[in-house]
Design a protein around this ligand. Structure first.
Ligand code: PLP
Length: 377
């Protein structure tokens, strides 16, 4: 059996272990310590922002805290892009709030500004303005951020930016993760950098960050005994995990450039293939980290099906997957409102994510090229 080629797998830089060793040598295993503070400072510097970054146990935790800090409580409506990973939407239900799902637009595959405004107006007409908008930059592609931010400002609704897949992506030269009232980053195993598992919340200022960290560390009031006047969570990142993050920050720029090379690799493979479009930035305003490279297959023009290609790759132990299945089609979310015109349904039916890791070897890329060439022939 040939070895598996993954969509996206961990890619260590080399210095991760020395940061972990330092934590062991100083017995700074827990709680917080220099690696957590250092990792947060590295992220803040990378994002080139005045905002403050707090390291957490996951990106999901960051979205959850973003909702809490935006005042989302039971019964509130929260708007979310439908085509995304379930972790964007699950925290809405953790708060017993009500998701309202929005279609994608065709250029960036992210939240459609037109459908967003329609949904907000409908909610207001029902006497209930949505409390927050969860904006995702899917596969690393920045959303139509100016349009969405303008609508959020017009109706005075907080944006929680889900930049879990978009560390290193920029919109009009500004980093994804710096546009929302709060933003979430993820360092899960399959992301552009990984800490094995982890995340971060980006907050507007020190006070907001302190509140997020307070909630993430069991909401302990100031007292010598343990006293609590709010519900807390155990969401903080450990000093060991943050050590991996510090090592990964040294290679983030390299990972971005290698992932972008993978996009070029697929553009070359599919250059003259009728019916196949490689997903890329619509204009120079958008810069994607191309966390995953994706294609869509127009089966009315192509000589093959999306499923046919997926299975041909799978037979050679090469992983590829359909795009995210929209949330409004998921059993847990299908009862909630959805505003759209089938853009994300079509993407789900025609799209395929291809192996995109920064650690793919020349031989692995050669295997991918040959399998696709043989399939197309
Ligand atoms: C990975 C991911 C998350 C969740 O991040 P975790 O760190 O795994 O909790 C949220 N949203 C999107 C779009 C993701 O891809």
């Amino acid at each position: 059996m040939k070895s598996r080629i993954w969509l996206s797998s961990p890619h260590m830089g080399g210095n991760e272990l020395s940061y972990i060793k330092e934590a062991f040598d100083t017995n700074w295993i827990a709680p917080l310590g220099p690696n957590v503070t250092g990792f947060e400072a590295d992220l803040k510097q990378f994002l080139n922002t005045e905002k403050e970054v707090g390291a957490l146990s996951s990106g999901t935790a960051a979205i959850h805290l973003g909702l809490i800090l935006s005042g989302v409580v039971a019964g509130d409506e929260v708007i979310c892009q439908s085509m995304t990973f379930s972790a964007s939407a699950n925290p809405i239900l953790y708060q017993n709030a009500i998701p309202v799902f929005i279609d994608s637009e065709e250029e960036t595959w992210n939240m459609c500004p037109v459908q967003l405004e329609t949904a907000i107006k409908a909610s207001i007409a029902n006497g209930k303005k949505p409390k927050a908008i969860i904006l995702v930059h899917l596969y690393g592609m920045p959303a139509k951020t100016d349009e969405i931010v303008a609508i959020a400002n017009k109706y005075e609704i907080a944006i929680i930016e889900d930049a879990a897949e978009a560390l290193g992506s920029t919109y009009k030269g500004k980093n994804c993760g710096t546009f929302g009232t709060y933003a979430a980053l993820s360092f899960n195993g399959n992301k552009i950098i990984t800490t094995s598992g982890g995340g971060a919340i980006v907050c507007n200022d020190e006070a907001a960050k302190n509140k997020a960290i307070f909630l993430a560390t069991q909401a302990r009031d100031e007292a010598v005994h343990y006293q609590h006047s709010e519900i807390g969570y155990n969401y903080r990142m450990s000093n060991i995990v943050a050590g991996i993050g510090r090592g990964q920050m040294e290679v983030l720029d390299k990972h971005i450039s290698l992932r972008r090379d993978m996009n070029t690799f697929y553009k070359n493979i599919f250059k003259n293939v009728e019916g196949v479009t490689v997903f890329e930035e619509p204009t120079d305003d958008y810069f994607s980290n191309h966390w995953l490279s994706c294609i869509t297959v127009d089966e009315s023009k192509a000589s093959f099906t999306r499923e046919g290609l997926r299975l041909a790759l799978w037979e050679e132990n090469i992983e590829s997957r359909p795009l995210w299945k929209p949330m409004h089609l998921q059993p847990i979310f299908e009862k909630y409102d959805y505003y759209g015109t089938n853009v994300c349904e079509n993407l789900f039916n025609t799209g395929l994510c291809l192996p995109s890791g920064s650690n793919l070897t020349t031989q692995e890329k050669e295997r991918i090229t040959q399998v696709i060439a043989a399939f197309l022939a």
